[in-house]
Design a binder for this molecule. Structure first.
Ligand SMILES: Cc1cc2nc3c(=O)[nH]c(=O)nc-3n(C[C@H](O)[C@H](O)[C@H](O)COP(=O)(O)OP(=O)(O)OC[C@H]3O[C@@H](n4cnc5c(N)ncnc54)[C@H](O)[C@@H]3O)c2cc1C
Length: 375
């Protein structure tokens, strides 16, 4: 079946990156199609921890820090817009969050690192507080005796992951986008008269622009358009406890409590995993650390667990690029797709609509990985 170039933009991938970008593109009056077919693993958008997280991003450089801060600041209005279009509340709670430390050396290192990096950032700089144990225990009274201190950042927060994906899926369609959920793209090619044709099985679809937002699937699609996506999976495990009375008034980077009362535990990072299967030894290590941080968790059963694959570039920063050989073809990949959803729906979508990635994202181009270009 041939579907003509009735679309201004085709977005490949209906994870949070593709959906948030499509939401912004459709909001600019563009005719948008979002295609999604099965990837190699469970989509990261359904396996993640649900944090809107700023405080550690500055450690990867001032540019990433600024971009993340802008997204965190845009999150309340983004959540309101998504709720208005979809009727679904994504459960944004953005009252600040903590990184807690069990080692004095790590606490001091992180405090010093943040202070140094923040000085490089032009206004508005990130604000944070370094809190000794006695201070943070006023907010988190149930922390265990092994916690030596924490970093608090008021911009940090959390959302309900499954509701976010559901709400964006509804909202993009309410904005007029066409969602084709069983459409795996095998091939994408530029057309001689401009625009692109995508093929999947017996079907084809054409559009003026194409946005590759297929998570780890971008590795295979990007080279077809003269782009590179040097991505590697990193496995992370998440555990969910039975519901319990409020233990965590605010989220931490590895523990958070849902509205319903379950505590989510997740912090593992394994490079070069073979797949997204669950490893009991890693779950056990995560549980042991969680109990040191909040000893009350020792009495709470774990009811569910899963593992997912993070979408990581070699330096951990986002990858946003437009093909020099085939203008109109874009590739978007990032870790922290939840955190960055608000800026993807606003500034990044505006840049793609205008056909030009602006100065604030040029440092996220794949040219930084291209040895020839760098030379
Ligand atoms: C354990 C874990 C915890 C995390 N915690 C957080 C967090 O707290 N906060 C945060 O901001 N981020 C977090 N992340 C990262 C975040 O989940 C990802 O950055 C984000 O989900 C990436 O979204 P994506 O849309 O790029 O990719 P995906 O969610 O993988 O979606 C890509 C989509 O493309 C589709 N696809 C693939 N190939 C094709 C093809 N050829 N044709 C058509 N469709 C295709 C797939 O089916 C999939 O639906 C976490 C990730 C993990 C794994």
């Amino acid at each position: 079946m041939e579907q003509g170039a009735e679309f201004d933009v085709v977005v490949v991938g209906a994870g949070v990156v593709g959906l948030a970008t499509a939401f912004g593109l459709a909001g600019r009056g563009l005719r948008v199609a979002v295609l999604d077919g099965e990837g190699e693993a469970r989509p990261a958008s359904l396996a993640n921890f649900g944090l809107v997280w700023v405080q550690s991003k500055a450690l990867h450089g001032a540019g990433y820090g600024q971009w993340t801060i802008a997204s965190a600041r845009a999150w309340p209005s983004f959540a309101a817009e998504v709720r208005e279009e979809s009727g679904i509340d994504v459960g944004l709670r953005q009252e600040g969050g903590y990184t807690l430390f069990l080692s004095e050396a790590a606490f001091q290192r992180r405090s010093a690192g943040l202070a140094a990096l923040c000085q490089q950032m032009p206004s508005p700089a990130m604000t944070w507080e370094v809190q000794e144990r006695a201070v943070l225990a006023r907010t988190l009274p149930d922390v265990g005796p092994d916690v030596v201190g924490g970093i608090y950042c008021p911009l940090d927060g959390e959302v309900h992951v499954l509701r976010l994906v559901r709400a964006l899926t509804v909202a993009v369609q309410r904005r007029g986008a066409t969602l084709l959920p069983s459409w795996r793209v095998d091939q994408v090619e530029p057309l001689s008269g401009g625009g692109f044709r995508l093929r999947g099985g017996e079907s084809t679809i054409a559009a003026g622009k194409v946005v590759l937002a297929a998570g780890l699937g971008n590795r295979r699609l990007a080279p077809q358009l003269g782009l590179i996506a040097p991505l590697a999976p990193q496995r992370g495990h998440v555990m969910v406890t039975a519901r319990l009375p409020r233990l965590l008034p605010l989220p931490t980077v590895s523990l958070r409590q849902t509205e319903e009362g379950s505590v989510l535990i997740g912090e593992s990072k394994e490079d070069r995993p073979e797949n997204d299967s669950v490893r009991p030894d890693i779950l056990a290590a995560q549980a042991r650390r969680a109990i040191r941080v909040f000893p009350a968790l020792a009495r709470v059963p774990v009811v569910r667990s899963w593992a997912g694959l993070r979408v990581l570039t070699p330096d951990g920063l986002p990858l946003y690029d437009q093909s020099a050989r085939h203008p109109g073809a874009f590739v978007l990949s990032c870790h922290s797709g939840v955190t960055l959803a608000a800026i993807h729906a606003t500034r990044l979508a505006a840049m793609i609509a205008a056909g030009q990635l602006g100065a604030e994202v040029t440092s996220f181009s794949a040219a930084r990985f291209d040895v020839r270009a760098a030379a």
